[in-house]
Each structure stands twice: as structure tokens, then as C-alpha cells.
Design a binder for this molecule. Structure first.
Ligand SMILES: [Zn+2]
Length: 298
């Protein structure tokens, strides 16, 4: 890498750091009663320490987006920028060990990765939960109607686009608080025993719905169920194709439970931001793979 490129990288990272710091929020939603979660053998390494953060340095030259276009084309710049975001948000650089547990250190990031190996900090609750103005599958107030603000706005755009295409979607379950996950998990233990409960339901602190960046979506055409049949419906196919344009990805793709820890969930979408979602979808990688630093080439 040339010196010039390195400087550009550094400046890109400074910009990204600033942007990321400015967007501190989190929310959660809940999931329907659907049993889920199988396969404990995630292979996402959670070895990171927290000292890996890129140190922002003041740029020493020119204005931020200097145009040394002779060396790097527009496309290259975009690729560099995405790679820098991946590096900044890698699994390994955003987790810390607490005894046997791996706890994420970027709970408020749009790119936070929570799974069966990586929990949110104890008591984590997003600070900017709002209720998106979209049709839900149920009436009445409930915490599961909420998402973090940025994700909620994106969901409204997604639903509006669907409606324009004649596609009828329903929001089923968004934010789920730690406390509600406790009762969901405990009732599962009472019904099924601890061993089984651990397979079908996230333990408190380990549900992505607690981040406020995930929501389960279905359609009246399938009775608003959150089951695999939704993935085969016209609405489910539309969702898979268009969700990335609005910053969402299908979080648990078919046949990828070895890396995500969960079976196929065509109804569960996760907001990661409009910059990265299309690239993630195009890559065919799970979030665990996409943000594994072994797969990030700077
Ligand atoms: Zn879900």
C-alpha cells in the first residue's frame, strides 16, 4: 500500500469513527412465540480485546476527501470505505471477555453483533426506541412495537416501498427488553427443561431483538405467522430482494445455522445501515462472516 493510500485510509477511518460516535443508540423488539435457535456451534471467534480501536489522528493534509484520483478511482474509494467500516466493526475488535462470557463493547453501534457467544452488557437498553409508523399484526401498545430510531425510519421506508409494489407486509415483533427475555426464557425452561430451552430460545442478554435493530416481519397472505412458509411467499421474496436497499439484511439465511447459531428465519430482518446492507447481501456472507477480521482485507 502506498503512503498516499495509507493516509487516505487513515482519514477515512477518522471520518467513520466520527460518524459512528455520533450515532449512539439501541433498541430491541421481541419475537413471536416461534421456537427457534438451534445449533450451538457458532464458529465466530470471540477472541478480540478492546484495545484494537483505531486511534483517530488528525489528518495532516488537505481537506478530507482529497482527490488524488490519479491513484484511486471512485470505485476503489468506495471499496476502501466499506472495508474500513468492516474493520472498524469487526467481531474481534468489539468484544471483551468477562469470565466465560464474551460481552460486546459496541452495543450502541448499528453493526453490533450479538449471538449465542456474544451478549449485550448487563442491563443494556437502547436509549432511542420509537414506534415506527407501519402496520402491525396486532393491536394495542406493546414494547415489541418499538425499534431504535434510525431503524424505525428505515422500516417505514421499506414498508412504503413494499406498498408501492403492491406488497402487504406486517410488523410482528421488534424490541424485546432484557426483562421480557427473562420471562420468555424462564417460561420456556418451565415448559421444556433447561437443556431444550437453551436450544430454542435466546438466553437473556443474547437476543438480537434486545438491540432494537431487529424486527420480525410477515404478511396477511400467510396469516402473519413467523414461519418458513413466509420465505416462500411473494412478500417474503420481495423482502429478501429489497430489504438491503433500506439498510436491512435477512439475519439468519437458509442453511447457515453453523455460523449464525440459528435456523433459517426469513421473517427476521436486521438493520445494519444503508451503506453496508447491500454489500452484505451481495457477499452472501452471514454477519458473523462479514465482520470476521479474517475476511477483511485492508
Ligand atoms: Zn426475530
Amino acid at each position: 500500500m502506498t503512503i498516499t493510500k495509507m493516509k487516505r485510509h487513515r482519514w477515512t477511518i477518522v471520518l467513520l469513527s466520527t460518524l459512528l460516535l455520533g450515532s449512539v443508540l439501541l433498541t430491541g423488539c421481541e419475537e413471536g412465540g416461534q421456537g427457534q435457535k438451534e445449533g450451538q456451534n457458532l464458529n465466530s471467534p470471540s477472541t478480540g480485546d478492546t484495545s484494537q480501536e483505531v486511534t483517530p489522528e488528525a489528518p495532516t493534509e488537505g481537506t478530507g476527501n482529497t482527490s488524488d484520483g490519479s491513484e484511486i478511482g471512485e470505485g476503489d474509494t468506495e471499496v476502501d470505505s466499506i472495508m474500513a467500516m468492516r474493520a472498524q466493526n469487526s467481531l474481534q475488535s468489539n468484544v471483551e471477555k468477562q469470565g466465560d462470557l464474551s460481552v460486546v463493547t459496541n452495543a450502541e453501534a448499528m453493526t453490533v453483533i450479538v449471538n449465542k457467544q456474544r451478549s449485550l452488557p448487563e442491563g443494556y437498553e437502547p436509549s432511542d426506541l420509537v414506534e415506527p409508523n407501519v402496520p402491525f399484526s396486532f393491536d394495542g401498545p406493546h414494547e415489541k412495537r418499538h425499534l431504535r430510531k434510525e431503524a424505525a425510519g428505515a422500516l417505514e421506508q421499506l414498508f412504503a416501498a413494499a406498498e408501492n409494489d403492491g406488497i402487504e407486509l406486517r410488523a410482528v415483533s421488534g424490541y424485546r427488553s432484557y426483562q421480557r427475555q427473562v420471562s420468555v426464557y424462564n417460561s420456556s425452561v418451565e415448559r421444556n427443561g433447561e437443556e431444550y430451552a437453551a436450544r430454542v430460545s435466546a438466553k437473556p442478554g443474547y437476543s438480537e431483538h434486545q438491540t432494537g435493530l431487529s424486527i420480525d416481519v410477515s404478511s396477511p397472505s400467510v396469516g402473519n405467522v413467523i414461519e418458513e412458509v413466509f420465505g416462500d411467499s411473494e412478500e417474503g421474496k420481495w423482502l429478501k430482494e429489497h430489504a438491503p436497499e433500506y439498510g436491512f439484511v435477512i439475519r439468519y439465511p437458509e442453511g447457515r445455522e453453523e455460523t449464525t447459531g440459528y435456523v433459517y428465519e426469513p421473517w427476521h430482518i436486521r438493520y445494519v445501515g444503508k451503506e453496508l446492507a447491500p454489500d452484505i447481501a451481495e457477499s452472501g456472507l452471514t454477519l458473523e462472516e462479514y465482520f470476521d477480521e479474517d475476511n477483511i482485507k485492508l
